[in-house]
Ligand binder design. Structure first.
Ligand SMILES: Cc1ncc(COP(=O)(O)O)c(C=O)c1O
Length: 388
């Protein structure tokens, strides 16, 4: 008997991450003694800052590692709210902050709250793949809107209006985005907020890369509306990927429902991670993180310049995050094959566009600048040799 008969149909529609397969192939090469340059990985190479590790050690020593409230430690919710005031100039009530098991759990809670069967959510193609899967898991219909360099790979109020149907429930926007690193300009975000709210829809804004903004001071969508769900994370800017900690700033009247969902889905976010994260906002930690942000910016500038130089088209400068989305059509119109052949030939690992949607995915690849600049230089040198 086909074992799939006993599985929920939705599972068949969740695609695996190609990047994981690239990573496995890269690790196999490494195990065989090859030197691999990892530009496929979406996590900072920097270790968790020492003050955060120290806070974790102290929490372990005192043994206060019991469940917390499903909404998170009150003092961490307060610290996150204060961070919005100090860093982004936005007044956020601590009661609106829901601490989650990574922004992934935050997105999961928000989608569980908002999506009914067959309701549509609009999102950018290319975009972060899990977002469409979260919609699907709750039997909704993710609607990818093809976006290109002319719109900085981002949704606009106009595109949202033109694709809105009676079944549309809301929109997910990521700024800065994965895989493109582009941001939604403030005026456009204001127009998006209006377009969604005028239609009675819900706006979800993924700001997990907002701390890693390079060209302009970061602006949170929370400055524009109290009705959106803004998702963020300790993973990227704060260098805490494996701790699994993030948060959602929700409209106040929905916090109780998110709390119920969190209680049932995972009880509470990790207590140890929360106690460690309390040290994230100390001046000493922020000084470390800001110097790392500048290092990322330097890597970005080098990588974009060098990839353009060897023939990749990068029509829009990524303004944040740590990815470069590059048009590889000069070399190949099959980016999956291009990535795997380039990896085998050069030991440089990067990710095919297929992970991020279907719009011109075969002609794009994503490079992550999550390795030191010396390694980026070596990666580019090898690719230059390979691509001629
Ligand atoms: C755009 C975007 N959103 C959300 C996530 C989930 O991150 P985490 O669950 O570690 O906060 C990622 C991870 O790569 C991402 O790129």
């Amino acid at each position: 008997m086909d074992s799939r008969l006993h599985l929920a149909a939705r599972v068949a529609e969740i695609e695996p991450f190609h990047v994981m397969e690239v990573q496995t192939a890269a690790r196999t090469l490494e195990a065989a003694g090859r030197d691999v340059i990892h530009m496929e990985i979406g996590e900072p190479d920097f270790p968790t800052p020492e003050p955060v590790l120290q806070a974790a050690r102290e929490a372990l020593a005192t043994g206060h590692i019991y469940y917390t409230s499903a909404l998170g430690l009150p003092e961490l919710r307060r610290a996150i709210a204060e961070h919005y005031g100090e860093h982004y100039g936005v007044d956020v009530a601590p009661e609106r902050v829901v601490v989650t098991a990574g922004s992934s759990a935050g997105l999961l809670l928000v989608m569980a709250l908002l999506v009914n069967r067959d309701e549509q959510f609009l999102l950018a193609d290319p975009g972060y793949p899990c977002n469409r899967h979260f919609v699907r898991v709750f039997e909704g219909e993710p609607v990818g809107i093809a976006v290109g360099p002319e719109e900085r790979y981002q949704l606009s109020a106009g595109r949202i209006a033109s694709r809105w149907t009676p079944r549309t429930r809301g929109v997910i926007v990521a700024t800065p985005a994965n895989p493109t690193g582009t941001m939604v300009a403030r005026d456009e975000m204001a127009a998006i907020v209006d377009a969604v709210e005028d239609r009675g829809g819900r706006l979800v804004v993924d700001e997990i890369y907002l701390g890693l903004s390079y060209d302009a001071p970061p602006r949170s969508a929370l400055a524009l509306t109290d009705h959106a769900f803004v998702v963020s994370s300790f993973s990227k800017y704060f260098n805490m990927t494996g701790w699994r900690l993030g948060w959602v700033v929700a409209p106040e009247r929905h916090v109780r429902d998110l709390e119920k969902l969190a209680q049932n889905l995972y009880i509470s976010p990790s207590t140890l991670a929360q106690r460690a994260a309390l040290a994230c906002f100390a001046p000493a930690t922020l000084a470390i993180l800001e110097s790392r942000r500048r290092a990322f910016q330097e890597r970005r500038d080098f990588l974009v310049r060098s990839l353009r130089d060897i023939g990749f088209a990068i029509p829009v400068m990524p303004g944040g995050g740590f990815f470069v989305y590059a048009d590889c059509s000069r070399f190949s119109s099959d980016s999956l094959r291009f990535c795997s052949e380039a990896l085998a030939a050069t030991g440089v690992a990067f990710t095919p566009g297929a992970d991020f949607g279907s719009h011109r995915a075969n002609e794009h690849v994503r490079f992550a600048y999550t390795v030191a600049i010396g390694k980026l230089e070596e990666g580019v040198r090898r690719l230059r040799g390979y691509l001629g």
